[in-house]
Design a protein around this ligand. Structure first.
Ligand code: FAD
Ligand code: NAP
Length: 539
């Protein structure tokens, strides 16, 4: 760990966060010979993969894609043990990257940025941390992650609970042993669905508290296939380029399986196609037909297919029915699992459905729902995140004329390209709201943003510009554009309370925050540059 930066230091760039975004940003700044400081709240690198060390944590993008492409040597050297990487392997990779590219000496760990303010007079940012650092920088870059601010529900009496309490997004570093314990898990999103089968293996009993059932697809994970890996490595550049053309920056391999809209096939053909995609595992199923996430009729047929799979897996018919989701398939982030539904065939795994039997409170020994108190040794909150804006707005950010970002975004985030906001010059958000971010393989979006920001800083240097800032018109048009693209999809279905919409956090304005469609977005970013940073004021 490096020394503290308390001594009023000035940097070219201050970066907040040492996940994959912060690490690559720092690397690009090193390459450009700029002074940079990273502040990271955790004690290690990896961001998501540092914090989310819950049992079963795993990537749902295959390993050959969920990795940096910026270094040919790195992507050739690194060996992933499985098709979908487990958290320890991804954390190991992040540490390898930090060492390989000599990044650690410029990262200050265990330090949370608390405030940042723009000084109109000398066009610089003043950044303060919870450790007493006060530093200045020309550029202030938020690499704080879209899913890094945990959402802990406020349930009456929860502070009185005397057993062990965990949140999947802040899992302890020391091994947690559930052997012989009666455990409850609240939530049925990706984190709960991944951890359920693994906790069930250890615990005496496991009770899953479900408020909204999820659609989960089998991962069909397996050890890496050496032949496939060699193939990808022999053509890694082309492999990456093909994924850049995909709507979510991933899955170019599915292209060859991509079919016509669902209704152009007979019902028998539809089932056959979905069955074959289901067997391949992971997100391939959602790509069975291009209109699954666009057309209600196609969506319902796909949803029925998954519901039938659940009924075919879960032996107890009542439990199976409770696990069958009713919402539009794909309006929430799809979940990829390894044995989730099968867990409910174990005698010691129970499901409590909260729709008819809501949580009334948490007491000293357990959880009380309307039908009574159940006692537990441990409660796991798999209750998700204040997504996309949570970590940004936790920092008290003041722009021009002391304008507060919290006030500016009170009715939802407002950005141009998800990169910058009016009145916050020289502040960039990596995978910020208004960019494809969480609707893509995040490694693709992170690299695209870091490259764009790095090139922009180089351009400003060359042309001797001190500040860059979105224009009001460009930002307003961009916000409208994001809304209109989202409104053409089923993501904004009124019955779907996803974190994409901020609907999982009480009091948060319901606005769709990411932008669907990576290739068109990337093209727009390139166009903006080609037109001399169109939509930005450079001064
Ligand atoms: P993060 O990894 O979130 O890193 C941000 C860092 O900023 C954190 O370490 C945090 O401590 C730090 N930070 C935040 N605020 C402050 C502050 N004020 N001061 C100091 N430090 C601060 N994406 C995929 O594409 N595929 C997947 O399969 C996938 N799986 C996921 C599984 C889980 C459990 C979660 C939670 C997310 C997953 N994601 C996945 C999304 C994942 O967040 C991204 O893939 C990627 O890791 C984000 O990297 P990042 O550097 O942008 O942010
Ligand atoms: P999530 O998807 O937001 O799920 C949170 C769960 O907690 C939901 O089931 C929610 O129910 C429930 N919940 C929240 N508050 C509750 C309350 N007060 N009472 C009862 N239930 C409550 O969060 P997550 O599972 O951590 O996943 C977040 C995102 O991280 C994912 O969508 C994905 O992008 C990423 N992730 C990916 C993977 C992976 O496979 N690679 C794994 C984990 C996470 P409602 O639905 O009713 O709100």
């Amino acid at each position: 760990m490096s020394d503290s930066a308390k001594e009023n230091q000035n940097y070219d760039v201050v970066i907040v966060g040492a996940g994959f975004a912060g690490l690559y940003m720092l690397h690009r700044m090193h390459q450009a010979g700029r002074t940079a400081r990273v502040f990271e709240a955790g004690s290690g690198v990896g961001g998501t993969w540092y914090w989310n060390r819950y049992p079963g944590a795993r990537c749902d993008i295959q390993s050959m894609e969920y990795s940096y492409s910026f270094s040919e040597e790195l992507q050739q050297d690194w060996e992933w043990p499985e098709k979908y990487s487990a958290q320890p392997d991804i954390e190991k990779y992040a540490n390898h990257v930090a060492d390989r590219f000599n990044l650690r000496s410029d990262i200050q760990f265990d330090t949370r940025v608390s405030e940042a303010s723009f000084d109109d007079d000398d066009s610089s940012w003043k950044i303060q941390t919870d450790q007493g650092d006060v530093v200045t920088a020309q550029f202030f870059i938020m690499a704080t992650g879209c899913l890094s601010s945990t959402n802990m529900p406020e349930i009456e009496g929860m502070d009185n609970y005397t057993g062990d309490t965990y949140h999947t997004g802040q899992w302890p570093k020391d091994d947690v042993d559930f052997t012989g314990k009666n455990v409850a898990i609240i939530g049925t999103g990706s984190s709960a669905i991944q951890s359920t089968p693994v906790i069930a293996q250890q615990a005496e009993s496991l009770t899953v508290y479900q408020r909204t059932p999820s659609y989960s697809l089998p991962s069909a994970n397996h050890p890496s296939d050496p032949e496939y890996v060699a193939d990808v490595k022999a053509n890694y550049k082309e492999f990456r380029e093909a994924n850049q053309k995909m709507p979510a920056g991933t899955g170019a391999e599915w292209l060859k399986d991509m079919n016509e809209p669902m209704m152009t096939y007979s019902p028998e053909e539809q089932q056959e196609i979905m069955e074959s995609m289901w067997t391949k595992g992971g997100f391939t199923f959602v790509r069975s037909f291009p209109d699954i996430t666009l057309d209600y009729a196609a969506n319902e047929i796909a949803a029925d297919f998954v519901r039938d799979k659940i009924r075919g897996t879960v032996e107890d018919a009542d439990t199976a029915e409770l696990l069958c989701p009713e919402i539009v398939i794909g309006c929430k982030r799809m979940v990829i699992d390894s044995g989730y539904y099968e867990s409910f065939n174990e005698k010691h795994v129970h499901l409590i459905d909260l729709r008819d039997n809501p949580i009334e409170g948490i007491e000293e020994t357990g959880i009380r729902t309307s039908d009574g108190l159940r006692e537990y040794d441990a409660i796991v909150y798999a209750t998700g995140f204040d997504a996309m804006t949570g970590s940004i707005l936790k920092v008290d950010i003041k722009g021009r004329e002391n304008k507060s970002l919290r006030d500016e975004w009170v009715a939802g985030p407002r950005t141009y390209l998800g990169l910058n906001s009016v009145d916050f010059p020289n502040m960039f958000t990596i995978t910020g709201p208004g960019s494809p971010s969480v609707l893509t393989n995040m490694m693709v979006s992170i690299e695209q943003h870091v490259d764009w920001i790095s090139d922009c800083i180089a351009y400003m240097d060359e042309k001797e510009f001190a500040t860059i800032e979105a224009t009001q018109d460009a930002q307003d048009e961009w916000v409208d554009h994001v809304n209109s693209v989202a409104d053409k999809t089923l993501f904004t279905d009124p019955n779907c309370n996803s974190w994409y919409l901020g609907a999982n956090v009480e009091g948060k304005t319901r606005v769709f925050m990411p932008l669907p469609g990576y290739p068109a977005y990337k093209e727009k970013c390139e166009e903006v540059v080609a037109n001399g940073y169109e939509g930005f004021n450079l001064a």
